[in-house]
Structure formats: C-alpha cells, structure tokens
Design a protein around this ligand. Structure first.
Ligand SMILES: Nc1ncnc2c1ncn2[C@@H]1O[C@H](COP(=O)(O)OP(=O)(O)O)[C@@H](O)[C@H]1O
Ligand SMILES: [Mg+2]
Length: 608
C-alpha cells in the first residue's frame, strides 16, 4: 500500500457527503448563495422531490465570465475578503457547496453580472466532477443554478433518498426557514409544475403569518430585548397557543437558521410557569450577536453555532420572553375563542335537525325569526323559556346543582373592565361576564389557582407570605409516615405560610395558614400536601415545586369549583385577573377564560 493524494473529484465527493446530505441541503446552499448575492427574488423549481432537477434562479449580483470557473473550484469564495473567519457577514464562507454538488450531479450555472451592463451571460457545466468550457448563454442579470440527477455519481447516497413527497417537504421547510429571516426577499417554490410556495416580500410579522399561520400572527407577542450588544427580536406565542411538539419553534442567529439546544432550553425555562412539560409554544426568534461572540463554523451544514457566553444568551432569551409574557397581562389567545365557536357551531346545527322534522334548509340562516322574545335573558327569565324549547332529553335546568345564579343589573362601566361585569354563575364553576363587545366565560377554579400562584410568587419575592393564625389550632390526623414527611418539611412549609407542630403520634397541629387562601378546609389541604411531598421525593425543595404546591393550596382556597359565589366575589375575581400578570392561563397552559365577541356570536345565530 502506498499513501497517495486523492484525486480532486473524490475529495469533492467526500465533502459532498457532509455538506449535501439530501436534496434539501443542496437547495439550502443555493438559496443561501442567492441571498448572499443580494437577490430580491428567488425562485426554486424542483422535479421529483429534487432528485431529477433542482433549479434556483435569482436576480442578485451575478458572476462574470472570469468568475464562473472559480465558483466551482474547491475553497474558492468571494465571501472572506479579509481572510477573517471571525467577522463572517454572509451565509456562505467555505467555498465548498458548488464543487461538492458538481462532483455528485450534473451542475449548470448560468450567470450575468449586474454591475457590467455590457457583459453577456455565460454558463459552465460540471458533470460528475468534470468541468466544461465556458459557453455563451442568454440570461437576465442574476444567476440560475441547475442541478440534474443529484447523487447519480454516488449511487450509495442515491439509495437513501426518501419519497419525492418527503424530499419536497424538506425542501419547502428549508426555504420557509430562510424566508422567515429574509422577509424583504420574495420566494417561490414549484414542484412538478405545481406552485408550492409563493411568498411575496412583506413586513416581518406578515411573512411569519404566511408561514406559521394566522393563528400565530394574531396571538404572538413581539419580542424586543438587548443585553451587552446582543439583540433578541421576533415573535412568541401567548402560552395558550401551544403545541405538542417543539417543531414550530424557529431560531436564527445572525440571519442563519439554527437548531440550538441552549435556545430550546431557554424557551422551556421562560414558559415553565405557564405550560405543562409536554406543551411547547410556537415562536420565531432572531438573535443578532456581534460576530466575535459566536462561532458559526462548527457544523458542515452551518446549522449549529457556539456561543462564547452561553449564560448571557440564555439570560437574554429567558428575560426577553418572560417580560413579553408578563406585559401581555391577562390576555389569552383568540384561538381559544375560535375553537369554542367551532364547538358551538357543529352541535347546535345538529340539535336543530330533529326539531325541523326535515333536512336543514338553510332558510333560518337568511331570515332569522324575531329574537325579541329571547333577548335580555337575564331580566325576563327567557333563559329558561329558551331552553325549554329544546328536546326534553336535556338536563333539567331546575334540577338541584344545575341552578344558574343570575345577576339582576350588571355593572354599568364594563367598557373600563376588559373582563366585564359578572352576570351569572353556571354549574357553580363558570362565571359569565358581559363585556363592552361580547361575553367572557371564566373557569373560576383555574383562574383562582393562577391568582394564588402569582400572589405567592410575589409574596415570596417580597420576603414572605402573609400568615393568618387560627384562633384554635386545627388538629389533623394522618398516618405516621405522612406526619414525619410533613414535619421534615416544617421550615419550608412555614415559608409558604403554613405553620405546623407535632401533635403526638399520627397528628399535626396547624397554627397558621397562608392568609391569601381565605376560608380553607385545612384537613384536606394538609393531607394533600403530605401526598405531594411523597410525589416530589426527598431532594426537591418545595419552592422549586411552588407551582404544584400553590395548585394544591389554591385547590383548597375559597374559590374552588362547585362553590356558589356572590356577585361581589365574582367581580372581585375578574378585577384581580385583570390586574394579575399571566392570569389568562392556568399553571398548565390551559386558558382561564374564553372571550366571545358579540360579532362572532351574531354570526353563530346567522344574524350577520
Ligand atoms: N447565486 C449566485 N450569485 C452570485 N455569485 C454566486 C452565486 N452562487 C455562487 N456564487 C459565487 O460562487 C462562490 C462559491 O459558492 P459556494 O461554493 O456556495 O461557496 P461559498 O458560498 O461558501 O462562497 C461564491 O463565493 C460566490 O462568489
Ligand atoms: Mg455558498
């Protein structure tokens, strides 16, 4: 055996193995080149998922006849003018993409330089690594790069191509990610003659709406934070707009789409208080960081970065997101109302079918009957009359436990209160409030749980939770292990506002309870806390589990589900929600209230 230098084509094929993993990777390289060339329009045409053709056209600066052969040379680039790997201002910098692609496919580049009006277009071909001579061509200023038969020269890689649909989906994903970072550029994708993406240039939020949907655009908070020269911008969803996977989280560092564990972790940290562990907010974040503080040269596809000061970056993300979520106050996402309306719509039209003794004819929709008789349900008693219209299989509204509390005169100034004036309590669980332009339905238990949690957090931050001492200590009997567990956490419980003392075997005496709980069933509370401590184990501090402890405490507080509330109590709860940050969702990302606009309710009844 002899050590020898590998032929250039083989070197390029090896490089292609890293850089061009699949058609989408080739598209990424070509589109990045077009972006680096200052294009304002980029069009991608693919056939058979990119396996037979990938063509990327741009209206950027183009290349001259002299530059064309250099572009396909290995390690030839126009992008590191000062040989400075620190201050990289472009997406590309390695000069590897075009020669790698040329080594494994039939590559044709046609280009015409923008700055030289007199210059003609020219083209060059690289077929399985063999370069052709330059030939004259016809083309507008800009560049078109065509890849035919990708991986034909490396059959091993060819075998790993997935179905055209899957490859096309990956390509679309790559283009969408770049399009998010460059909203000024218009992007198109055509697959097998069909238009798949058509994104005209737009302001950033509009571009995000084109890709992530209206729901996101309507329920996203604008993020704007800066620390030590590092800027964080973008949009993040209200916690109530969450998903079961984190694939709708998009991160960019200096305009480069990245997948970064640190950033994903920071998001989790920022939303921890508002979302269950398996729920993920949708978001799109852009980090602009001075070139010297980040290394982008750590991954062949440049999809990973390394931060010099990762704690700083994490702090910026967590802080920026938390701040935005706090600013949103009690706002919950409108998508919740949308889902509610949808849920109303389907069953209601079905319910009417048997009454009409014939197929739904739609007339009702166009000429609604007079609503006079059933309007103003609260003061005319029409609520009951209206529900008696329904089939008698409905629950009896007069049955015990189904009573609705009805408020005679709602507050007058509901314009000044976003959550409106309480009108009724339903099923001893839901508060109905009238707002200036709609109605609000509040889950009193979820809302109260959140309020207690926020208050406890605030109180802890301010140096302690106010305690209320009991006139007579309450003796709670428990099994001995539970007593042991509770006593071992005595100091921590004290900090949370609950003082307990040993009271012989199998019992504790409760002397003080957190005053913000109001009237509480102390026995149940203490038993549940003992159970909680078992679940957390010995090592976790109760403060770390504050959210759960608060949930347990709030559960036993005064506003549990299934308790009658007076009008004053209901209104007090609404006013507190308005004042309390994060009160739009419970501790698990579920909404605490739903708002329906009059406008939508009218549509529901065919009045609009
Ligand atoms: N669409 C394009 N428009 C203008 N010039 C281009 C385009 N694509 C490639 N080039 C030129 O070819 C060079 C090599 O491209 P590439 O192999 O992707 O490496 P890199 O992008 O890392 O420089 C680029 O530096 C650039 O000068
Ligand atoms: Mg490149």
């Amino acid at each position: 055996m002899q050590i020898r230098q590998l032929p250039e084509t083989l070197i390029n094929q090896i490089a292609a193995g890293e850089v061009i993993e699949r058609p989408a990777a080739a598209v990424k390289e070509l589109v990045e080149n077009a972006i680096d060339a200052g294009a304002s329009k980029i069009e991608v045409v693919i056939r058979e998922g990119g396996a037979s053709l990938i063509a990327v056209s741009d209206d950027g600066i183009g290349m001259s006849v002299e530059e064309l052969p250099l572009a396909v040379e290995r390690h030839a680039t126009s992008k590191l003018p000062d040989n400075d790997l620190v201050n990289i201002a472009s997406l590309g910098f390695r000069g590897e993409a075009l020669p790698s692609i040329g080594a494994v496919s039939r590559l044709t580049i046609t280009s015409r330089p923008r700055k030289d009006v007199a210059a003609d277009a020219a083209s060059i071909t690289v077929d399985g690594g063999k370069k052709s001579k330059i030939s004259p061509a016809a083309h507008a200023p800009g560049t078109k790069v065509e890849i035919r038969d990708l991986f034909y020269a490396t059959p091993a890689r060819l075998k790993f191509l997935k179905s055209p649909r899957t490859e096309a989906q990956n390509i679309r994903d790559v283009i969408e990610r770049l399009a998010m970072a460059y909203p000024d550029i218009s992007f198109k994708l055509v697959h097998d003659e069909k238009s798949v993406l058509d994104l005209p240039s737009a302001p950033r939020l509009e571009r995000l709406q084109q890709i992530m949907g209206r729901d996101f655009a309507e329920n996203a908070l604008q993020i704007n934070a800066e620390r030590d020269g590092i800027k964080l911008t973008g949009y993040a969803a209200l916690p109530t707009l969450n998903r079961g996977t984190n694939q709708y989280q998009y991160f960019f560092v200096n305009g480069r789409p990245v997948r970064d564990k640190l950033m994903v972790g920071a998001v989790r940290g920022a939303y921890m208080d508002f979302l269950a562990y398996d729920r993920h907010p949708m978001l799109c974040l852009f980090l602009d960081i001075p070139a010297g503080l980040v290394d982008v040269n750590v991954h062949p596809a440049k999809a990973e970065v390394r931060f010099q000061d990762s704690a700083l970056v994490r702090g910026l993300l967590v802080g920026g997101l938390k701040h935005a979520i706090a600013e949103a106050g009690h706002r919950a996402s409108t998508s919740v109302a949308g889902q509610t309306l949808q849920a109303f719509q389907t069953p209601i039209s079905q319910q009417h079918l048997p009454l009409n003794s014939g197929p739904w004819n739609g007339e009702y929709r166009h000429s609604p009957p007079s609503y006079g008789a059933t309007r103003g349900v609260a003061d005319s008693g029409g609520y009951y009359a209206a529900s008696n219209l329904a089939l008698d299989t409905r629950p009896d509204p007069f049955a015990p436990g189904a009573r609705a509390y009805v408020q005679e005169t709602p507050l007058q100034d509901n314009d000044v209160f976003p959550l409106g004036a309480a009108c009724a309590q339903l099923h001893e669980t839901y508060i109905v409030a009238q707002t200036a332009d709609g109605l609000v339905l509040v889950d009193q238990h979820a809302a109260h749980e959140r309020l207690v949690y926020e208050k406890m957090k605030q109180a802890m931050a301010d140096g302690g939770i106010a305690r209320q001492s009991l006139l007579m200590p309450e003796i709670v009997e428990l099994d001995e292990p539970s007593v042991e567990r509770l006593l071992s956490r005595k100091n921590e419980l004290e900090e949370l506002g609950l003082s307990i003392e040993s009271f012989g075997p199998g019992a504790v005496a409760v002397q003080e309870v957190p005053s913000l709980l109001g009237i509480t069933d102390i026995r149940l509370l203490v038993r549940d806390l003992a159970d909680d401590i078992v679940t957390y184990g010995q090592t976790v501090s109760l403060k770390e589990k504050l959210e759960e402890v608060c949930s347990t405490m709030a559960c036993h507080g005064s506003v549990r589900a299934g308790r009658r509330l007076t009008p004053e109590e209901m209104n007090a709860l609404l006013r507190q929600m308005e004042k309390t940050p994060h009160s739009g969702q419970c501790n698990h990302g579920r909404p605490t209230y739903v708002e329906l606009k009059l406008h939508d309710i009218e549509k529901l009844f065919g009045r609009k």
